[in-house]
Write a protein that binds this ligand. Structure first.
Ligand SMILES: Nc1ncnc2c1ncn2[C@@H]1O[C@H](COP(=O)(O)OP(=O)(O)OP(=O)(O)O)[C@@H](O)[C@H]1O
Ligand SMILES: CC(=O)C(=O)O
Ligand SMILES: [K+]
Ligand SMILES: [Mg+2]
Length: 593
């Protein structure tokens, strides 16, 4: 027979009560405990009850989802998609389940589901419907579109395809729009996909506009002040040093440069210039973080209902606060999460307040490595990942994770080690850039991220090497503190009792992130009523977001969830779970009836 322990915490408005705990013998043999909470003002009541007390007849036996009739491409969609009847999302008895999560759970059980989330930048190599589907099947949680490249019509097409995939095939891929920002970059190479710069060649960097084709060895630059601001002798770094030039002559709008480190020039690559070993920040340092073109792109993103906006070259918390209030005033349903990209010296200086102001951060190592010495990037990454976890903000590790896979089907050992380290640091998500946007092996690159993540996560769980990172209290009010304590305790109990899954019922997603922040050993099933919250939770470590209509009555919610998930074969009788919710401040431990 299955048992349950319920921890009931009285609400702040109620008077203090005393504490009694009794437990089923399956767990602990001791009788009762007294645990003072918050200066003895509050108390926990822990009461043992049999799960059979729950009235199973309340739960709905009907199971439908929005999943379509399955795809032709993958075993995942083939196997699971076809079982799913199509229903409207308004159907109160339905649950929206991600096809890939479902397949992973069924195939490998709770423990083996992937906790680290995966983001793919979409570009010419992956914008087709079937290519997007292949990425979704392979585990893409978020599709990123970079407003540095492509037209708005192209971006709209990608968004429309991703949304259609979700609707028709039961995926839950979220969309992240990344702003261009007003840094200096090259033009688009007159339509060529790349150009090779060889050692000793002289190239002309110019602020003149040309109609294509461009003259040979010519690079246009988007920043009008460029030719005036650089000096002869400066080093010009393309894409953070992937290709390097020395300025040898200035002739009006043209700057003649000698290639000193050869390499591949990509369209619209970022440019920085260095003098006497230091990054030069002339007038370009005064450019706004969000340019007028970025504001138009942001309006576009809001109109298209993207899930995240990643802001390039953030310098201070102000710009994030400004954008968030702009979104709040304009976004139709739900808000859009704002991700601060940490890729400049200024962002490192104001790191904590920037992260506090934002809904998440990205370690954008590409440009960051062009602004600080390369050897400093790993320690900054570690610091940012740790700070984000402490402040409860999702964090993405991005750029060059598998750079060689742009051209080769197998990564280097060093790249695999880099991915492993990001997984070991428990970052929320890993991101592919060129590998998926314009590389030759986008799916293979994603497979590498997925398999390496799974492998490292499993190894760390098996060795019970939960890295000791101090999680300071972050709550801003007494009731927040209760949520935080409940989540910390629930995650700890989940590890100690080796439960199969944590269940969290959360309308705005906050309790789900608090659980994710603890990085527990078991997966976290997060149930939310809003599609937009569900998609946003996709970015966070260990969360499996579901959309489900539910009431304020936890018992009936649990019963409904159990029967819906059991019917899909995602859980079974006897599985041990811990449930928390933001409606009733309680921790419940129970076996699935
Ligand atoms: N929509 C697109 N259309 C064409 N090419 C793209 C597109 N998106 C990305 N790419 C290509 O993939 C490369 C890597 O993409 P990524 O998004 O990392 O851009 P980036 O230009 O390096 O800059 P950043 O990430 O700093 O904004 C780009 O340099 C570009 O060549
Ligand atoms: C992702 C990004 O913007 C960078 O690495 O620079
Ligand atoms: K960008
Ligand atoms: Mg960048």
């Amino acid at each position: 027979m299955s048992h349950a322990i319920n921890f009931f915490v009285s609400s702040p408005s109620r008077s203090p009560a005393s504490l009694t705990i009794s437990r089923p013998s399956a767990f602990v043999s001791t009788g009762s405990l007294r645990v003072p909470v918050k200066k003895s003002l509050r108390s926990l009541v822990v009461k043992a009850s049999a799960a059979s007390d729950l009235d199973e007849s309340q739960s709905s036996p009907v199971l439908v989802s929005e999943n379509g009739s399955g795809g032709v491409l993958s075993s995942v969609t083939k196997e699971y998609g076809r079982n799913n009847a199509v229903a409207s999302s308004a159907d109160s008895s339905s649950i929206e389940v991600d096809t890939v999560t479902e397949a992973e759970l069924k195939e490998n059980g709770f423990r083996s589901t992937r906790r680290t989330k995966l983001i793919c930048t979409i570009g010419p190599a992956t914008c087709g419907f079937e290519q997007l589907e292949a990425l979704a099947v392979e585990g893409m949680n978020v599709a990123r579109i970079n407003m540095c490249h492509g037209t708005r019509d192209w971006h709209r097409m990608v968004i429309e395809r991703v949304r259609r995939l979700n609707e028709e095939k039961g995926f839950a891929v979220a969309i992240m729009m990344d702003t261009e920002g007003s840094e200096i970059h090259m033009g688009d190479l007159g339509g060529a996909s790349s150009a090779k710069a060889e050692d000793g060649e002289i190239w002309n960097f110019t602020v003149r506009a040309f109609d294509p084709p461009l003259p040979e060895r010519t690079i246009t630059v988007n920043y009008d002040g460029f030719a005036e601001d650089v000096k002869v002798g400066d080093d010009l770094l393309v894409d953070g040093g992937m290709v390097r030039f020395e300025v040898i002559e200035k002739i009006g709008p043209d700057v003649k440069c000698l290639c000193t480190d050869p390499g591949l020039l990509l369209p619209r690559a970022n440019l920085t210039f260095w003098r006497d070993g230091k990054l030069v920040r002339e007038r370009n340092a005064m450019l706004p973080t969000i340019s007028s073109k970025d504001w138009l792109d942001i309006d576009f993103g809001i109109a298209e209902g993207v899930d995240f906006i990643a802001v390039s070259f953030v310098k201070s918390a102000e710009v994030i606060k400004h954008l968030k209030s702009y979104i709040k005033a304009r976004a139709r349903d739900g808000d859009i999460a704002v991700i601060a990209k940490i890729e400049s010296i200024d962002s490192l200086r104001n790191l904590e307040e920037i992260i506090q102001a934002s809904d998440g951060a990205m370690v954008a190592r590409g440009d960051l490595g062009a602004q600080i010495p390369l050897e400093q990037v790993p320690s900054e990454q570690q610091k940012i990942v740790q700070l984000c976890r402490q402040l409860n903000r999702p964090v993405i590790v991005a750029s060059q994770l598998l750079e060689s896979m742009i051209e080769y089907p197998i990564p280097t050992r060093a790249e695999v080690a880099d991915v492993s380290e990001a997984v070991r640091q428990r970052g929320d998500a890993l991101m592919l850039s060129g590998e998926s946007a314009m590389g030759q092996f986008p799916e293979k690159a994603l497979t590498v991220l997925r398999t390496v993540s799974l492998r490292i996560e499993r190894r760390w769980r098996e060795q019970k090497r939960r890295e000791v990172i101090e999680l300071p209290s972050i709550a801003s009010s007494f009731s927040d503190s209760i949520s935080e304590e409940i989540c910390n305790s629930a995650a700890k109990m989940a590890n100690n009792l080796e439960v199969d899954a944590l269940f969290v019922y959360t309308k705005n997603g906050h309790m789900a992130s608090l659980l994710s922040r603890c990085r527990p050993d078991c997966p976290i099933f997060a149930f939310t009523t809003a599609t937009s919250v569900r998609r946003r939770l996709n970015l966070q470590w260990g969360l499996m977001p579901f959309r489900l209509n539910y009431s304020d009555d936890m018992e009936s919610n649990l019963n409904k969830t159990f029967s819906l998930l059991k019917a899909r074969g995602m859980i079974k009788s006897g599985d041990l779970i811990i449930a928390v919710s933001d409606m009733l401040q309680s921790i419940q431990v129970m076996n699935v009836p």
